[in-house]
Design a protein around this ligand. Structure first.
Ligand code: MG
Ligand code: MG
Length: 271
């Protein structure tokens, strides 16, 4: 059963979402040649804590011999898809870095990711980033009370197929969110035979397509977290947290709540 939120709880999720949005905007401006992913992580921690929130990734998971996530952001460079661990790696001109960030404000979560180019990048990689971000908006636009959850994955996949032969990640995807970061339901970035439960007002969903330039096969590194493309091709990742309210969608991790992008797609947005 999905957790249903009231307007007051959504308002707190909006605060958490804005904290994440400000943090990602700060990091976007810091992506340049020579900057280490550990430096981005330190900036993110300062940003989140100085806004009265708590980073949600640090210490997440683990147990049964597996390590908990050790950092505030996931920083996944080039062929890394998700869950990259920040460290000594210094960004180079031509790299892309996917930055995933989560924060908890008064018990409520925001979760968002962007992929950022460092300097001049290959045009095919730039196009991968564009298609990935747009596929996220196409997925968000498919969120509608009374419709089946897998409409989201169908919308993402349908859009991506019109754009080229991109790999769509399987086994990692979006999720319900609210009083915890990862909640039911799982949200696939592709069609599934099971069309899923009906979406309803009160749900909050994190939509997060990950696309690859090459094949969809993935591998996990020995650090127990980092997921990479098996063929070494580049990968991009975009994510927003979305509240399904009585008055329309509310993209809690977008500064404008999603008004510009969803307006373009003809979707009602929370005022
Ligand atoms: Mg995330
Ligand atoms: Mg997420």
């Amino acid at each position: 059963m999905a957790e249903l939120k009231n307007e007051e709880q959504f308002a707190l999720m909006r605060e958490a979402g804005l904290i994440v949005a400000r943090t990602l905007e700060l990091l976007r401006g810091e992506v340049k040649e020579g900057v280490t992913t550990a430096r981005l992580d330190a900036l993110a921690e300062d940003s989140i804590r100085s806004q009265g929130a708590v980073p949600s990734f640090k210490g997440y998971g683990g147990g049964h011999g597996a390590p908990a996530f050790p950092a505030v952001i996931c920083a996944s460079v080039n062929n890394e898809i998700v869950h990259g661990i920040p460290g000594d790696y210094a960004l180079r001109d031509g790299d892309i870095v996917s930055i995933d960030c989560g924060a908890i404000y008064q018990g409520w979560h925001g979760d968002s990711a962007i992929t950022v180019a460092c300097g001049e990048i290959d045009p095919a990689v730039a196009e991968l980033m564009r298609v990935t971000e747009e596929s996220m908006w196409q997925g968000i636009a498919a969120i509608k009370a009374g419709e089946r959850l897998n409409n989201i994955g169908r919308a993402i996949q349908s859009y991506v197929r019109t754009q080229g032969m991109y790999g769509i990640v399987e086994g990692y995807g979006g999720h319900g969110i609210g009083s915890q970061m990862h909640m039911d339901p799982m949200i696939y970035n592709h069609r599934t035979l099971d069309r899923g439960p009906k979406m309803q007002v009160g749900m909050a969903l994190a939509i997060e397509p990950m696309l690859m330039l090459g094949h969809k096969q993935t591998a996990e590194l020995d650090d127990g977290w980092t997921v990479v493309t098996r063929d070494g091709s580049s990968s991009a990742h975009f994510e927003h947290t979305v509240a399904l309210t009585e008055q329309g969608l509310w993209v809690t991790t977008a500064f404008d709540g999603g008004k510009a992008e969803l307006g373009r797609l003809g979707v009602p947005v929370h005022p």
